[in-house]
Design a binder for this molecule. Structure first.
Ligand SMILES: C[S@@+](CC[C@H](N)C(=O)[O-])C[C@H]1O[C@@H](n2cnc3c(N)ncnc32)[C@H](O)[C@@H]1O
Length: 332
């Protein structure tokens, strides 16, 4: 811990290291590039897709069970209540493509209603949870062909299947909220190309609401979300030869009413230097690393975004408390 180095020297310190990172495999190199760039910029930030190593994915599943974390319960209830209606409106697609599929628990509900789907393509960066989910689903859905794809869904340009019939997309958990509006629009444009003509797309989107409900969902009493956020630093220590003292960072979640989003942060509790792959980074006391955005949308805002990306909103379902929404979009 060092307390009194002025900022100008800090900048030099960050640029001064002449140690080149060792050669890494592509996944680690991707992580290393993101961390070194994210720590070098001000304000500091890290992409949230790196939360999901094996421990991060397990912690996310724990979050979904928390009393404060309403999105999973609300979205599951919508799928249970409206499953048949959703299936009727989605038409006779045989191929279901899911983006950020995680444990695929909600997918199982959807598949039970979509009787004609025979091929399922889950896309996720988390290889281990993808494999576990594929096994879990295959035990429950006889005859379903599962073709998992370990990939970044913002960069996926081809699918591991060829199918002439219309495809169905599924993007649950309000993961689309992790993208900025511009990124979300780009994602939807790409998804339209990927899914092709006459596709339908079912997207779970968290609704705007009182921050008194939102903030506890991202800062629970048991500290599971804090552990999830801090695991990103542990992952840096594990995979990128980091020396970050986890006791010197704290989890925080704030609501930005102008951007309409929850921001997850890691706050430096002291003036300190951390090292990653031989590079030194100075943090001032109180300095923040922005680790995740969770944008919230009204029904109309999300429909406008979908239209701007070339999709036609076909229907939207919400719960009585207006916590969460499920949007069905179509490609003309
Ligand atoms: C918020 S969780 C939602 C999981 C699941 N859909 C649900 O609703 O419970 C986000 C999921 O998306 C995956 N993910 C996040 N960013 C990704 C990206 N850029 N490309 C592919 N998968 C990503 C994570 O690994 C994780 O499984």
């Amino acid at each position: 811990m060092e307390s009194d180095i002025p900022h100008t020297i800090v900048e030099d310190l960050e640029r001064s290291s002449d140690l080149s990172p060792p050669r890494l495999d592509p996944a680690r190199a991707d992580f290393a590039d993101a961390v070194l760039a994210g720590f070098a910029r001000k304000p500091r930030s890290l992409p949230c897709r790196f939360f999901y190593d094996a421990r991060g994915s397990a912690l996310f599943e724990e979050i979904t069970q928390l009393p404060e974390y309403y999105p999973t319960r609300a979205e599951t209830a919508l799928l249970e209540t409206y499953g048949e209606e959703i299936a009727e409106r989605m038409g006779d697609a045989r191929v279901l493509v899911e983006f950020g599929s995680g444990s695929s628990r909600k997918t199982s509900l959807l598949l039970s209603a979509l009787h004609r789907v025979s091929v399922y393509v889950p896309i996720d960066v988390a290889g281990e949870s993808l494999a576990e989910a594929a096994e879990w689903l295959s035990e429950r859905h006889d005859g379903l062909a599962i073709r998992p794809l370990v990939a970044d869904f913002t960069k996926t340009r081809t699918l591991p299947i060829v199918a002439r019939r219309p495809k169905l997309g599924f993007f649950s958990g309000s993961t689309i909220g992790n993208l900025t509006h511009a990124e979300a629009r780009g994602f939807l444009v790409n998804a339209a190309h990927l899914l092709g003509r006459d596709a339908s797309f079912l997207i779970g989107v968290d609704l705007k609401k009182d921050p008194a409900i939102l903030i506890p969902a991202y800062n629970d009493k048991r500290g599971v979300t804090a552990a999830f956020n801090l695991n990103l630093l542990e992952r840096i220590n594990r995979e990128l030869d980091g020396d970050i003292d986890l006791d010197l960072f704290a989890h925080d979640a704030v609501y930005d009413g102008i951007e309409g989003r929850i921001e997850m942060l890691l706050v430096s509790l002291a003036s300190q230097t951390v090292r990653v792959l031989g590079r030194a980074f100075r943090f001032a006391k109180g300095e923040r690393i922005h680790t995740e955005n969770s944008h919230k949308y009204s029904i109309e805002e999300f429909q406008a975004l979908a239209r701007a990306a070339g999709w036609t909103p076909a229907h939207a379902w919400t719960d009585a408390d207006r916590l969460f929404s499920l949007h069905l979009l179509r490609l003309a």
